[in-house]
Design a protein around this ligand. Structure first.
Ligand code: SAH
Ligand code: SF4
Length: 362
């Protein structure tokens, strides 16, 4: 499998070929990725045919667009039927890929469809990087309207917790930055708050952006929504995020999924503004995209507005964001839920229940 081998080992897959072939192939895989080896025009036909079955470590089982074509989701399956999802989002001056770092997730955040599925397995560096390559290859053929026809930005906000798969995510970052030449400043790693992972990332040479999924300002509330908070409480998380800012000189982002009756009160907004100030962070408020398994919902428009004005009054730097692709369930972990429909088995805690398709959606 071409993407599953480190780029430095490509020559071992090209036995009998001249030594410059490895560099040629590396360009086709990482610099100008193509959907099919028949497009690798400087390789012999025989070699192209030999390489084709080993090009992608997955097959595409679903592509769907939303937001007038500006959002395109991709669902891949590996040979052993692991689902991997990515979402391409087009904006006027950038095209962002939201990719997955794990199949499923062990963190069990109550509001998240991926968490409700539980953990399946770690994704390999090649499976992470192939999401970027595939998205780049498809964009060159079918760009999103009014957006760059290549991936300009990458966010680790699909399935999984990237810092719970540190070693492989690190290798994927290395290939993205050093070989694909995606600037580290255009890459964002989003974490639920794995404190030792944030420290390790701060020690890496790359100025990648860090997003912290905070969602609550007290340990009691946060532990009830984001269970890993029991292990890495707020005090430690805030200190580590602040350290990241100081080491990298990059403003950290706080992600806040606004959930009706849980974290939408004025007192939460006031405390959030204080934490953001301590972390020197920008706040992204995203009204919850509800999942079928819990009764949690987004607050009313009036409550959302009040939350935002409280943040502003407190001097916080905050933006209200819409979830892209909500109508096609392209938000975190929801793509697979949709594709597998009501035959998908979801896990919450120790109980197993059957997914209920959302009414009026899909
Ligand atoms: N595990 C990492 C990255 C993947 S989740 C993390 O938690 O940060 C990416 C983002 O989607 C996180 O900020 C997460 O809190 C948010 N998210 C997950 N489910 C959501 C939902 N149903 N509605 C709104 N945001 C959600
Ligand atoms: Fe995992 Fe992130 Fe979902 Fe939490 S929000 S369950 S950490 S993917």
């Amino acid at each position: 499998m071409l993407y599953l081998s480190p780029p430095e080992d490509l020559s071992s897959l090209l036995v009998g070929e001249p030594s410059y072939r490895a560099k040629q192939l590396e360009r086709w895989l990482y610099r100008t990725p193509v959907l099919d080896t028949s497009e690798m025009t400087n390789l012999s036909t025989a070699l192209r045919e030999r390489l084709q079955p080993n090009l992608w470590p997955f097959r595409v089982v679903l592509t769907e667009t939303a937001d007038d074509g500006a959002t395109r989701k991709l669902l891949f399956k590996t040979p052993r039927e692991t689902s991997i999802e990515s979402v391409i989002m087009g904006y006027p001056r950038r095209t962002t890929l939201c990719l997955s770092s794990q199949a499923g997730c062990a963190m069990g955040c109550t509001f998240c469809a991926t968490g409700q599925f539980g953990f399946e397995r770690q994704l390999e560096p090649g499976e992470i990087i192939a999401q970027v390559a595939y998205a780049s290859a498809i964009l060159r053929k079918e760009p999103l309207p009014d957006s760059p026809s290549r991936i300009t930005n990458v966010v680790f906000m699909g399935m999984g917790e990237p810092l719970a798969n540190y070693r492989r995510v690190r290798e994927a970052l290395r290939r993205m930055i050093d070989i694909m030449k995606i600037p580290a400043r255009a890459i964002t790693v989003s974490t639920v708050g794995i404190v030792p992972g944030i420290r390790k990332l701060a020690d890496e040479p790359w100025p990648v952006n860090l997003a912290i999924s905070l969602h609550a300002t007290t340990d009691e509330l946060r532990s009830s929504i984001v269970p890993i908070n029991e292990r890495y409480p707020l005090h430690d998380l805030i200190a580590e995020a602040r350290n990241y800012f100081e080491r990298k000189g990059r403003r950290v982002t706080i992600e806040w999924a606004l959930i009706s009756g849980e974290n939408d009160q004025e007192e939460e907004a006031v405390r959030l503004a204080v934490i953001a100030q301590r972390m020197r962070a920008h706040i992204n408020v995203i009204p919850l995209n509800p999942t079928p398994l819990t009764a949690q919902s987004a607050p009313s428009a009036a409550t959302i507005q009040k939350f935002m004005s409280t943040l502003q009054r407190q001097g916080a730097n905050a933006t209200l964001r819409n979830i892209r692709g909500a109508s096609i369930n392209a938000a975190c972990g929801q793509l697979r839920l949709h594709a597998e429909g009501d035959s998908g088995r979801l896990r919450t805690g120790t109980a197993t229940v059957t997914a209920i398709p959302r009414k009026g959606k899909a």
